[in-house]
Design a protein around this ligand. Sequence first.
Ligand code: IPD
Length: 265
Amino acid sequence: MSSHSSAIAYRLEAARSVVRDAGQLAMAMRPAPGGPAGTQKSAQDWLTETDGAVEAFIADRMKTLFPEDGFQGEEGGVARDGQLRWVVDPIDGTSNYARGRNRWCVSLGLLDGDKPVAGVIEAPALGEVYTAHVGHGAFLNGKPIQVSPVKEPASAMIEMGWSNRVPREVFMEKMDAIMRLGAMPRSGGSGALALADVACGRLDGYIEIVINLWDVAAALPLLAEVGASVSPFLANGGLTGPATILAANPHIAEALSAAVSIPLK
Ligand code: IPD
């Protein structure tokens, strides 16, 4: 392993431990099942006390461990610049978390310049952690993962992310295209976990019309490692603002891309 690669591996190990502790903090603060606990940034865009607490916890730990690295959070924006930059979504799937549901995660990705190089996605309520280091594998709870072998749309399960950033007509048009293709539709409320599901074969594809870097930063290394087909999210503006993403197993990616009109190149 080159010294640069060793530096990334060392960081991934540290991130794994920080995210584990952050997940436990989120579990301790987790609302009981019931009506949403939190406030709305805008209609249907939830914020809980835990989002801020987990982001502050991770920011603090990463600053102590790697003061030379940049840091960007969903809630706090870009706090520091650096060749290596951590990108955190403290709770991805906040709408689920706020109602005491299980499908949410803590997501921490590492970029080297504009390249995603490593990521940790921990879903404490599901007992699952995904890790990836580009060039060195992608894992779910320590076991190697791979994309699904599904080729036929009639056997495929495709998720589409929803947010209030996308007009209803546009969402419905893309969802309709997924169903016309013959795939089974899903929408689970966590972009990071949906992308991880594509990487480990639980889903055959995921699309979201408007999604942010912190939702995808930790998942991109997973997808790269398993050879998933991914639209050029970063090149299309995702590094600095919201952009569209399509990720799919390579067998079905072209058909999905054509159906929903999201180019793979
Ligand atoms: C949201 C989730 C959701 C996706 C939205 C994101 P948050 O992130 O990932 O699945 O559809 O685009 O904003 O608010 O739970 O961190």
